[in-house]
Design a protein around this ligand. Structure first.
Ligand SMILES: [Zn+2]
Length: 519
């Protein structure tokens, strides 16, 4: 069944123009596969006329089978004064061998006169010739009307003439683009209505987020009659980015209540968002709507209490519908409910009536006063709760450690020795590192690996240091936050001390202990 709204992903083309985003051909292929499995309808892989990497992508992609998505090659209308069949950039679009070709052309009289510097009629001919040529080569043609809304506001008659030129030549879709991203939702809706009423072919929308309205503008256009939306995963794109598909998809499904991607894919949305960030080597933003780790995080005691009674009291939707989950932040504001929910989340069987609850709560508050912070250190919190419930002995103890540093004319090297006790056994190891924490980490790991070989796959993925204000007259304290991973899960641990090495060791020890605890 045809969905009510088609999703056109341009993460690999418009998205890759974002600052800090650089996809290899292999990255693009992995993302394309993932998008296809998720069920988007079109994947725009790149602009073959703009770089050899994109030509290579299409050469590889054509050997693969896509189950749900149709691959699109992106390019522009022919150059002025050049017959379409002799235009190299257009030839490369045919050679990409994709079922779909998307070309952009000028809508705005300002751009025709000042940027293209050709006559209004020549621009109309460039649009018509290119669309016709692609149709003659059996392509499904999507025409992206660049500067569509700004152009319409400037000269509505000419804007309409450009869309009609594409339609007359056989375009399958006219996509209205807010290229500069500066329009408001009511303008977008009004101009979409004009396009829908004047055109016979289907209408789509392509927006940018320059004034924070990329998603809102796309939704306004869809409500005004557009049936196809273009955007990028996590909103990657030039400047402030494109319409964010990870927001617009659930808005279409759950707020507009229209069909788009397969319903069974929606709970995989968060995973898709994290996957693409991972490939792009970007940290997943906790504040992303719908899919961020903070999207359903509750901090205030009263909110937490209410959410426990009735989840809809402070949540617009069930987080599981997009593969997210409710989290409760532990902080100074922590009430009983926070600890109970967080403890349950970490796998402890605890209720409001558990006798140790008060002691745990007091301990968390006391440590927070000393500078600990558990919002990103669930590993340390789980250990604290476990110890308070007296469920078990620590699996190992660090008996002694030593860190030293030497520098010769060429380089500086740190060396650490660590002695640990596991039951009756004692392990003693030495390691070198670029810095003291690196050396300490190496020595601790080497010692632990003797008794716990599975810790070998645990890696330290991030290390943050914060100097805490010493308002109380004592020496300044250092808080160290460590992020670790076993390849499947990530967790954080924390250490606080006047001495940065000591604080780091606490966080490292917690990380290893937590890895052993969670199995
Ligand atoms: Zn764009």
């Amino acid at each position: 069944m045809k969905p009510q709204v088609e999703i056109y992903d341009t993460t690999l083309r418009d998205g890759s123009q974002g600052e800090g985003i650089n996809f290899s051909v292999a990255d693009k292929l992995r993302i394309a596969e993932k998008l296809d499995a998720f069920g988007v309808h079109y994947i725009e892989g790149g602009w073959p006329g703009s770089n050899p990497k994109d030509i290579e992508f299409y050469a590889q992609a054509r050997r693969r089978k896509f189950k749900n998505a149709r691959l699109a090659a992106f390019g522009s209308t022919r150059k002025k004064g050049v017959p379409v069949e002799s235009d190299d950039q257009v030839r490369l679009l045919i050679e990409a061998e994709t079922p779909v070709v998307t070309i952009f052309g000028k809508t705005s009289m300002l751009h025709v006169k000042e940027v293209l510097r050709c006559t209004p009629d020549e621009n109309l001919a460039m649009i018509g010739d290119t669309v016709r040529f692609l149709k003659d080569h059996d392509k499904f043609v999507i025409y992206d009307a660049e500067h569509c809304f700004d152009g319409y506001k400037l000269d509505p008659e000419y804007a309409l003439a450009t869309w009609q030129a594409a339609e007359k030549a056989g375009a399958d879709f006219i996509v209205l683009c807010d290229t500069n991203g500066g329009c408001l939702p009511d303008e977008i809706a009004a101009i979409t209505k004009v396009a829908v009423s004047k055109l016979n072919c289907q209408v789509g929308i392509h927006t940018h987020d320059d004034i924070g309205l990329g998603v809102a503008n796309a939704l306004a256009s869809l409500e005004a009659g557009a049936v196809h939306v273009q955007g990028t995963i996590n909103g990657y794109g030039e400047r402030t980015g494109n319409c964010n598909l990870t927001s617009v998809i659930p808005c279409i499904a759950f707020k507009l209540k229209k069909s788009c991607v397969p319903a069974k894919s929606l709970p995989k949305l968060k995973e898709l968002s994290q996957f693409v960030d991972e490939i792009a080597n970007m940290r997943h933003s906790p504040r992303q709507p719908w899919v961020g780790s903070s999207a359903f995080a509750h901090k205030g005691g009263a909110h937490v209490n209410a959410v426990q009674k009735l989840t809809t009291s402070y949540e617009h939707i069930d987080p599981a519908l997009v593969g997210n989950r409710r989290t409760v932040l532990i902080s100074d504001l922590a009430g009983r409910s926070n600890i109970v929910i967080k403890a349950q989340e970490l796998g402890f069987k605890i209720t409001n009536d558990t006798p140790e609850l008060k002691a745990i709560l007091n301990r968390v508050k006391e440590l927070e006063n000393q500078g600990y912070e558990y919002e990103a250190a669930e590993g340390s919190l789980a250990l604290l709760i476990g110890k308070s419930l007296k469920r078990r002995e620590p699996p190992f103890l660090v008996e002694t450690y030593h860190v030293s540093m030497r520098r010769d004319s060429r380089e500086s090297v740190c060396e650490a020795t660590v002695r640990i006790r596991v039951g009756k056994k004692v392990h003693h190891e030495v390691a070198e590192g670029d810095g003291p924490v690196n050396a300490l980490d190496g020595a601790l790991r080497a010692a632990l690996a003797k008794s716990f070989p599975r810790l070998k796959k645990v890696t330290l993925t991030d290390y943050k240091v914060r100097i805490l204000d010493s308002g109380t007259g004592t020496a300044a304290k250092t808080r160290v936050l460590i992020q670790s991973s076993d390849g499947q899960h990530e967790w954080g641990t924390v250490g606080v001390n006047e001495n940065i090495i000591e604080a780091s060791l606490q966080a490292l020890v917690d990380s290893m202990e937590y890895a052993l605890l969670k199995k």
